[in-house]
Design a protein around this ligand. Structure first.
Ligand code: THU
Length: 132
């Protein structure tokens, strides 16, 4: 099952728009009903406007009418394993089916490391914080 996610993340990564960093990222996320959504990074000359691969995949999932994320694959074009940035950890936490969904850090062929989302973002700010 994760093999298909890796394939989709790899295909997305090849489409990255990354003229400033030249660093490509591909992500694939699985919805609550096992549909897969991929994304790549989309950079901008105004650097902070850049969209991360995980964000692009989340946009596709929500646009398709899905609500939750069950599993995540991320890969980057560098030698070091790509991990989701801090902002994307928070975005993933917002929609995670459970706090401990697996995040697979991959090369272009296979999973190199699997880590739970709540290990990547312990103590996440969540809706309970808004309650009195
Ligand atoms: N990037 C992502 O797409 N996802 C991450 O979680 C880490 C960083 C992108 C943003 C930018 O286009 C490039 O990687 C370098 O920071």
């Amino acid at each position: 099952m994760v093999d298909e996610m890796i394939k989709m993340a790899r295909a997305a990564m090849l489409n990255a728009y990354n003229p400033y960093s030249n660093y490509a990222v591909g992500a694939c996320i699985r919805s609550e009903d096992d549909e897969l959504f991929a994304g790549c990074n989309v950079e901008n000359v105004s650097y902070s406007v850049t969209i991360c691969a995980e964000s692009a995949a989340i946009g596709a999932l929500i646009t398709a009418g899905k609500k939750k994320i069950k599993e995540v694959v991320v890969m980057g074009s560098g030698d070091a394993l790509c991990t989701p940035c801090g902002a994307c950890r928070q975005r993933l936490a917002e929609l995670a089916l459970t706090p401990d969904i697996p995040v697979h850090l991959c090369d272009t062929e296979k999973v190199q490391q699997t880590i739970k989302l709540n290990q990547l973002l312990p103590g996440a700010f969540n809706p309970e914080h808004l309650e009195k």
